[in-house]
Design a protein around this ligand. Structure first.
Ligand SMILES: [Zn+2]
Length: 481
C-alpha cells in the first residue's frame, strides 16, 4: 500500500468492509453477574452531542448522544451513578492552557471569525480545528466532565469514572490540534496529581497521544503509554519508540508504534505484554485510559483491524488491576461503531454482560442492517505488522522498563488549594460541596506514599515539570523524598 506523503493531518483512509469472522460474545437474555463491587460513576454533559464541527468534518459530537442512548437502552445507568457535570470554568482551563489561548477560544465565533484570522495561525485554527457555533461551551462541557470524574476518583467517591465526551489528546498548551481544542486529559491528570503520587496514562486511540505526552514529558510522576499507528504522513507524526521522556521524565514515556492492519490477536497480546510489566514497575496510584475508537476496523480515518471485543479486552485488562481508573473517549469517526464500542466498554466496566441484539433506542436506524452490538468490523486491510516487528517492540519496551528502577515517590505535605476553593461557594453544586468535604476527610490516607523512597522525583526549585508541564508552581508544596 502506498502511503501518501502530502497529507498534512489525519489520513483519509478509504472505507473498507469486513469479511472476517470474529468472536462474538454469546447472546444472553439478561444482563448478568457482577463479579466485584467496584463503584462506577458515569459523566455525560447534557447537550454535548448537539455541537457540529461542520457539515463535512469527520468529528461528530452526535456520536456521544448515540453512545448515551445505547448505554441507557441497555439499562447500564442502573449499574452506576450518573452525573451531569457542570462546565469547566475558565480558571480551570487555564490550569494547563495559556490564558491568551483560552481567551481566544472564548471570544471567537463564526460571526467574528473574519476579524480574528491573524490569531488562526497562532492557535492553529483551520480545517482540522474549525471555529463553530458554541465551540467554547463544547470545550467547557467535555473538560468539566473529565475534571468532575477525576475529582470523584481523587476523593474516593468512585473506583471507576467514565467520560466518553473527553479524551481529546492532541490539544496543546496554546494550540488546537487534531480536532482537539482543550486537553481535558491533561487537566484531569493534574487534578489526580493533587492526591495521587503517580498517574499512568494509557492511550489506545489510533493516533499518538502527543498532547498528553508533551505535557508530562519532563515528569516522572506521570508515565504515558501510547499505542498508535506510526507511518509517514499519518497524523500527528510523533510517537516513535525513541521518544522516551526527558530530564526527570526520562523513561517515563513509552510509545508503541504500529503499522496498518494490526489484528485482534497481535494487538491484545502486545497490549498485555507491555502493560503488565509497566504497571508492575511504575506502580501507579491511578490510571487514565483514553479509549479512542478510531483504532477499530472500518473507521473512516483509521486503518487498524480491531473488533469491539478486542478494544474492550484492553479495557477489561486494565480494570483487572483494581486501581482507581478514569476512562475517557477520544477519536472515532464511524458513529455507530463508536457508540457500540463505548456502550460495550461501559458494560465491561460495570461487570455487565450484554445481549448482542441492540436494545430499542432513539437511534436504532443507525445500526442497520444488523442491529447487533458486535457486527463484523475487522477489515481486510493488509496487516503490515510482522511477528518480527512486534517482537522487537516488545523487547525494546521491556528494556526501557528496566530503567524505571522502582517507582518514584513523593510525600505530599499539603494538598494544594483546590480550584474549588477559589470559586464562590454559590457556584458549587451540592454534589461538589459534598465531594469537597469527603475529599478533605480522606486526604490523610490518600496523600501518603513513602514506601518507595529511592528515586528523586521532582525538582524543588522549579516546582515540578518545567516549561512543558502546565504547572504553575504551587506543587512546590510537595516534597521530594
Ligand atoms: Zn484518533
Amino acid at each position: 500500500m502506498t502511503i501518501p506523503l502530502d497529507i498534512p493531518t489525519f489520513s483519509d483512509a478509504p472505507f473498507f468492509f469486513d469479511r472476517r469472522n470474529i468472536h462474538i460474545p454469546q447472546q444472553e437474555d439478561a444482563r448478568v453477574q457482577e463479579h466485584s463491587k467496584r463503584r462506577v460513576a458515569y459523566y455525560h454533559p447534557k447537550r454535548v452531542g448537539d455541537y457540529h464541527y461542520g457539515e463535512r468534518h469527520p468529528m461528530r459530537p452526535h456520536r456521544l448522544e448515540l453512545t448515551n442512548q445505547l448505554v441507557l437502552g441497555y439499562g447500564l445507568h442502573e449499574r452506576m451513578s450518573v452525573h451531569s457535570p457542570r462546565a469547566a470554568t475558565e480558571d480551570e482551563l487555564r490550569e494547563f492552557h495559556h490564558a491568551d489561548y483560552i481567551d481566544f477560544l472564548k471570544r471567537v465565533t463564526p460571526r467574528n471569525a473574519a476579524q480574528l484570522t491573524e490569531d488562526y495561525t497562532k492557535w492553529n485554527i483551520g480545517d482540522d480545528c474549525p471555529v463553530f457555533h458554541g465551540l467554547f461551551d463544547f470545550c467547557q462541557q467535555y473538560a468539566g466532565a473529565s475534571l468532575a470524574a477525576a475529582r470523584k476518583l481523587a476523593n474516593g467517591g468512585a473506583d471507576i469514572a467514565i467520560n466518553w465526551s473527553g479524551g481529546l489528546h492532541h490539544a496543546k498548551k496554546g494550540e488546537a490540534s487534531g480536532f482537539c481544542y482543550v486537553n481535558d486529559i491533561v487537566l484531569a491528570i493534574l487534578e489526580l496529581l493533587r492526591h495521587h503520587p503517580r498517574v499512568l496514562y494509557i492511550d489506545i486511540d489510533i493516533h499518538h497521544g502527543d498532547g498528553v505526552q508533551e505535557a508530562f514529558y519532563l515528569s516522572n510522576r506521570v508515565l504515558t503509554v501510547s499505542f498508535h499507528k506510526y507511518a509517514a504522513g499519518f497524523f500527528p507524526g510523533t510517537g516513535n519508540l525513541s521518544e522516551i521522556g526527558s530530564d526527570l521524565g526520562k523513561y517515563f514515556t513509552l510509545n508503541v508504534p504500529l503499522q496498518d492492519g494490526i489484528d485482534d490477536e497481535s494487538y491484545i497480546s502486545l497490549f498485555k505484554a507491555v502493560m503488565e510489566p509497566t504497571i508492575n514497575s511504575f506502580r501507579p496510584s491511578s490510571i487514565v485510559l483514553q479509549c479512542g475508537a478510531d483504532s477499530l476496523g472500518c473507521d473512516r480515518l483509521g486503518t487498524f483491524n480491531l473488533s469491539i471485543a478486542a478494544h474492550g479486552e484492553c479495557v477489561r485488562f486494565i480494570k483487572s488491576f483494581d486501581l482507581p481508573l478514569l476512562v475517557l473517549g477520544g477519536g472515532g469517526y464511524r458513529a455507530s461503531s463508536v457508540a457500540r464500542c463505548w456502550a460495550y466498554e461501559t458494560a465491561v466496566l460495570t461487570n455487565t454482560s450484554l445481549p448482542d441484539t441492540l436494545p430499542s433506542n432513539s437511534y436504532l436506524e443507525f445500526y442497520a442492517p444488523d442491529y447487533k452490538l458486535h457486527p463484523p468490523l475487522t477489515g481486510h486491510i493488509e496487516n503490515l505488522n510482522t511477528r518480527h516487528s512486534l517482537e522487537r517492540i516488545r523487547i525494546v519496551i521491556r528494556e526501557k522498563l528496566r530503567y524505571l528502577n522502582g517507582a518514584p515517590s513523593v510525600q505530599m505535605q499539603e494538598i494544594p488549594p483546590d480550584l474549588m476553593g477559589l470559586l464562590e461557594s454559590e457556584e458549587r453544586s451540592k454534589e461538589e460541596q459534598e465531594e469537597l468535604e469527603i475529599g478533605n476527610g480522606i486526604a490523610g490516607e490518600s496523600r501518603q506514599d513513602t514506601s518507595h523512597a529511592t528515586t528523586e522525583y521532582m525538582d524543588p526549585e522549579s516546582g515540578g515539570l518545567g516549561d512543558g508541564s502546565g504547572f504553575n508552581g504551587r506543587r512546590k508544596t510537595m516534597r521530594v523524598l
